[in-house]
Structures are given as structure tokens and as C-alpha cells.
Design a binder for this molecule. Structure first.
Ligand SMILES: Nc1ncnc2c1ncn2[C@@H]1O[C@H](COP(=O)(O)OP(=O)(O)OP(=O)(O)O)[C@@H](O)[C@H]1O
Length: 347
């Protein structure tokens, strides 16, 4: 079921929470609404759900204009951050709840609940109460409960927001696998760019009630459409254009800074005509990669990320002089790729 959001505006009093939102969510995709706090993600999700009515614009679900349809008529499943399971009901009874309200037969309910327990991999825990489950397990039950009534669309508002980092990560890949099995058109809200990148087919980046960019995780990361997206998705060095690192690689006189991702800077122990000297100020081990903080002769500071393998090969030490060159950079005003020719230097 596709979802089309057409020219949607939503005000709360004088405050405009959504400004002319246009968006198409294709059938069967898993889409993340990503943005900082207050950017309008939940308002957009709630508008799609029918929990808010837009002041202007339409919500079209599977070709039907649902803008003024009641929530209950939209056949949408919800999962929220704070698992609202019924405490006095077992896992099985929680999952069965929506089916009982819809007066499905006893046999149908029994079969569907077992099917969903298998899907969420909690087969042995059907008779437990929510208080006897971990946070991650409760969230899986909440998902099963939402899926029980076979909604056409699944909406998730920060579904893993209340869980610790490790459980969040497990649930992310679990949600991805689940979606690959059930292919239900799904939209989830997150402010965590890593989560959006790891789970979504497409990411909608929001800022101040507007959409900044819609694209695949790779598009958003490699071809950010705006400086906001560049800064919000992943770390970035903002380098003034007169700084040697940039100046040596461009003939243009740029009025704006240049964005360079930390992994787009190459470090070498040897000088050559295309690289720029820098000194290592600090080395931080981040797990699978290593962060090297550098200072240039003109006192500009830069952050570089290296794989552990590369780091070990280079034998880098704090205080050491190294030589660097950018592999790729983006114009600070338009985000156009600017220093891509620098990739030729890395050969
Ligand atoms: N019912 C409401 N009445 C007044 N203002 C509201 C209401 N709901 C949301 N807002 C405002 O609209 C803006 C967008 O809120 P929204 O909850 O959509 O943001 P969000 O991107 O989901 O943020 P967060 O990640 O913090 O949940 C915020 O400034 C918020 O204060």
C-alpha cells in the first residue's frame, strides 16, 4: 500500500510544525523519518495515522484519500516508544487483543497468535505477563500485536527509543529481517541517523517542519542535498577555503567553507607535492576505527577516521608529523562534490 503525502501543512496555534510536505512512500518499503528533536517527524507520522488532521493537504493511502477518515478506518498498525502492552494480559492475550475486538473465530485467533509468536521468536513465552519480559521482548510483542490485525501500513514512533544501545541494535536488524518477511509498507520515526541508515530502504531527512532530502542511505550520505543533511548525517570537517588543505586542491576562489568527511582524508607518513603537513594531536580508538585529531600549520584542526588496519600499518603516534590529502570534499553552500578529482591523487 503506497502512502502519498500531498502539500501537507500543520499548525499548532501560531507555530507551523509542517510546511508543505510532499512525499511518496512506495508499497512494501521501510522508510525512516529522521531529524532532530522538534523537526516534525512525529507530527508527520501522526498525520499519516489520522491522529492529527492537516490544515492543508491530503494523505492518500493506496489511492484512497484518507485525510478525513477516522483513525480506525485506516487499517494502520502502531508501535510507540513506550510499549503500551496491557499489563494484566499475557503475551498471547496481548497479541490476540485486536483480533478479539474484531470478533474473529477462536480457531483463527489461536492460529494467528502462534504464527506471530514464531515471527517474533518468542514461541516459549506466550503465557508470560509483560512484567516478566525484557524491554526488547516487550517491544517485539508490541510489534506482533500491531501486525495481528494485518494492517496495510505499519507506523512506528521511536520504537526502540527507550532501550539500551545493544538491545536497540539487535532490534534494528530484527526489524529489518521482519520487514523482509512481511513486506508491509512501514514508516518509522527516529532521531538516530545510524538507526535510520541500518534499517531503512529510504530516509526522509526533516528539519524545521520541512523535508530536506529523501533518498537511500547511500544517497543521503554520499550525495547530501543540503548543508543540513551533510552535517546531520555523519561526522564532517568544516574547512575554510583558504586553508591549505583545500586551497592546494582547487583553483576556484570559494566564498564558502568546504565539507570533508573524516574518512575522506588520506594520511601518509611521507611528503609529496600534493599533500599537506599536519601534526597528530590525539588518537582515539573507537572500536572498528580509529580517530586521529590533527592540526595543520595554519592551526586549523581536522578529524580523520582510519580503519584499524590502516592505522596499524601507518604506526601513527601522538605528536608525529604526517601528510594528508582530501579524497573528496563538498561545497559548503550547495553540497556539490568539489574535490572529487583529489581521489586521483590517492592512486
Ligand atoms: N499538540 C501540539 N501542540 C503544540 N505544539 C506541538 C504539538 N505537537 C507538536 N508540537 C510542536 O511541533 C514541533 C514538532 O514536533 P514533533 O513532535 O513532530 O517533532 P519530532 O521531530 O517528532 O521531535 P522529537 O524527536 O523530539 O519527538 C515541536 O516544536 C513541538 O513542540
Amino acid at each position: 500500500m503506497s502512502i502519498i503525502v500531498e502539500h501537507v501543512c500543520k499548525n499548532f496555534g501560531d507555530f507551523q510544525a509542517l510546511h508543505n510536505i510532499n512525499l511518496e512512500i512506495k508499497t512494501g518499503t521501510l522508510v525512516a523519518l529522521l531529524g532532530p528533536s522538534g523537526s516534525g517527524k512525529s507530527t508527520l507520522l501522526r498525520t499519516i495515522a489520522g491522529l492529527e488532521t492537516p490544515d492543508i493537504g491530503n494523505i492518500i493511502i493506496n489511492g484512497q484519500n484518507t485525510t478525513h477518515l477516522d483513525v480506525r478506518q485506516r487499517n494502520i498498525g502502531f508501535v510507540f516508544q513506550h510499549y503500551a502492552l496491557f499489563k494484566h494480559l499475557t503475551v498471547r492475550q496481548n497479541i490476540a487483543f485486536g483480533l478479539e475486538i474484531r470478533k474473529k473465530s477462536r480457531n483463527f485467533i489461536k492460529h494467528r497468535v502462534e504464527e506471530l509468536l514464531a515471527l517474533i521468536q518468542l514461541e516459549g513465552l506466550g503465557n508470560r505477563y509483560p512484567a516478566q519480559l525484557s524491554g526488547g521482548q516487550r517491544q517485539r510483542v508490541a510489534l506482533a500485536r500491531a501486525l495481528a490485525v494485518q494492517p496495510e501500513v505499519l507506523l512506528l514512533d521511536e520504537p526502540f527509543g527507550a532501550l539500551d544501545a545493544k538491545v536497540r541494535q539487535e532490534l534494528r536488524s530484527w526489524l529489518r529481517h521482519l520487514h523482509d518477511e512481511v513486506h508491509i509498507t512501514s514508516v518509522f520515526v527516529t532521531h538516530d541517523q545510524e538507526e535510520a541508515m541500518a534499517v531503512a530502504d529510504e530516509i526522509v531527512v526533516m528539519n524545521n517542519g520541512k523535508i530536506e532530502q529523501v533518498g537511500t542511505p547511500a544517497d543521503i550520505y554520499d550525495r547530501p542535498a543540503t548543508p543540513f543533511v551533510m552535517n546531520f548525517i555523519g561526522a564532517v570537517n568544516v574547512v575554510p577555503p583558504h586553508i591549505s588543505l583545500v586551497a592546494e586542491h582547487t583553483t576556484e576562489v570559494l566564498p564558502h567553507p568546504v565539507f570533508i568527511r573524516p574518512h575522506d582524508i588520506e594520511i601518509s607518513a611521507l611528503a609529496n607535492p600534493q599533500n599537506t603537513p599536519a601534526r597528530i594531536q590525539r588518537i582515539t580508538h573507537l572500536g572498528w576505527e580509529v580517530q586521529v585529531d590533527l592540526i595543520l600549520a595554519d592551526h586549523h584542526q581536522l578529524v580523520v577516521h582510519l580503519s584499524r588496519e590502516k592505522f596499524t600499518k601507518l604506526h601513527l603516534k601522538k605528536g608525529q608529523q604526517v601528510f594528508i590529502k582530501p579524497k573528496r570534499g563538498y561545497r559548503g553552500d550547495t553540497c556539490e562534490v568539489l574535490l572529487d578529482k583529489a581521489s586521483a591523487y590517492s592512486a
